[in-house]
Design a protein around this ligand. Structure first.
Ligand code: 5AD
Length: 362
């Protein structure tokens, strides 16, 4: 495929925010450094148009490492007897949030495995406690697949947003990453339910997961176009030594940032995190993500003594600049590339945001 035709596809995506299946495949399969540079610069322009040079931060609290599922890639899968299990109490979670609030965080993300020991009611109480203490904050949950009633209960308790990666939109690929009892249609249906209830939703997938092809990724983009999520989280697959995928190669930062930039062109106002996994495989991953159009970073607010136990993959960073406690370093790193971390709920900006903020249309 000629570079000229690929650049034409980039311009089409930049203007129409949509491509046909084969076009996604071609862009991904035949990308060159020059094509990437073009995608990055267009992506940065869109991010700047909606969000200026602002980077939103979310405080990530990893509330439980117990999980009833057995996903082949994940370090906290049920079948890993070496995983260290913990479950935070409500009080511990509220304490974390308090520290986060003092550090300037106005969004808390409660993430955990699908832990039957943390009852639906307990989660609701935890959320209600946060809502009462921090009426000015957004509460995001990332607790896996649940019945619609449970999502509704948590929404009533005060949660505003929910993150649930679809993982891969191709059912055959899904079946190679998950045990047979996990159903991609059920999972996607959870996302539709969450939207219907009124949550701002985030979906996403791993980059370079075992057996992933450009065709699979094209399917992911088509699914995202249909779902119209408020946020899309993607990060490289990183092997975990105690899983069936221990010896599979990791995804690359190069493909991850390319796909981040394509997502920004597809949905110019989407919230796009430069994820922990990207920061794990590349020390400059966060910066590269932001320069490819990402506008969210989620530093770790979990209690120090449990951070090493929420090991989804090997060498997952949780201290250093990854730590919410070291926000100053992160601020400096962002300032070095011309961006500013803001203390804000960091809400999604609808398409009308362009006009209402008076920002110039590019
Ligand atoms: N490498 C990268 N990401 C992973 N996740 C789980 N295991 C891994 C891994 N080995 C991601 C999944 C999940 C999110 C919480 O973490 O996409 O949705």
């Amino acid at each position: 495929m000629e570079e000229k035709s690929l650049l034409a596809l980039v311009e089409k995506l930049n203007q129409e925010h949509s491509l046909r299946r084969e076009e996604w495949e071609d862009l991904i399969r035949y990308r060159t450094p020059e094509v990437s540079e073009r995608v990055f610069s267009r992506a940065r322009r869109w991010a700047r148009c909606y969000y200026g040079n602002k980077i939103y931060v979310r405080g990530l609290i990893e509330i439980s490492s117990f999980c009833r599922n057995n996903c082949l890639y994940c370090g906290i899968r049920r079948g890993n007897p070496n995983a260290q299990r913990y479950r935070l109490t409500k009080e511990q979670i509220w304490d974390c949030a308090q520290r986060g609030y003092e550090l300037g965080f106005r969004t808390f993300v409660l993430q955990g495995g699908e832990d039957p020991g943390f009852s639906d009611e307990q989660v609701a109480q935890t959320v209600a406690g946060l809502r009462a203490r921090y009426p000015d904050c957004a509460i995001t949950l990332s607790l896996g697949e649940r019945k619609k009633e449970v999502y509704a209960l948590w929404y009533e308790a005060g949660a505003n947003r929910y993150l649930l990666r679809h993982e891969t939109a191709d059912p055959r690929h899904y079946a190679r990453l998950h045990p047979p009892e996990l159903d991609p249609v059920y999972r996607q249906n959870c996302l539709w339910n969450l939207k219907e209830i009124g949550y701002q939703v985030g979906t996403g997938f791993m980059v370079g997961s075992p057996y992933q092809t450009p065709e699979n990724l094209a399917e992911d983009f088509l699914f995202i176009e249909k779902l119209q999520p408020h946020m899309v989280g993607i990060g490289p697959f990183v092997p975990h030594h105690d899983t069936p995928f221990a010896h599979k190669p990791a995804g690359t930062a190069e493909l991850t940032v390319f796909l981040l930039a394509l997502l920004r062109l597809q949905q110019p106002n989407v919230l796009l995190p430069a994820t922990t996994a990207l920061g794990t495989i590349d020390p400059k991953g966060r910066e590269k993500g932001v320069l490819a159009g990402a506008n969210v970073i989620m530093p770790n607010l979990s209690p120090m003594d449990v951070r090493k136990k929420y090991m989804l993959y090997d060498n997952k960073i949780s201290t250093g600049d990854e730590s919410a406690q070291n926000l100053a370093n992160l601020k400096q790193r962002m300032a070095d590339i011309g961006y500013e971390i803001v203390v804000d709920r960091g809400d999604w900006i609808g398409p009308q945001g362009l006009a209402s903020t008076g920002r110039a249309r590019i």
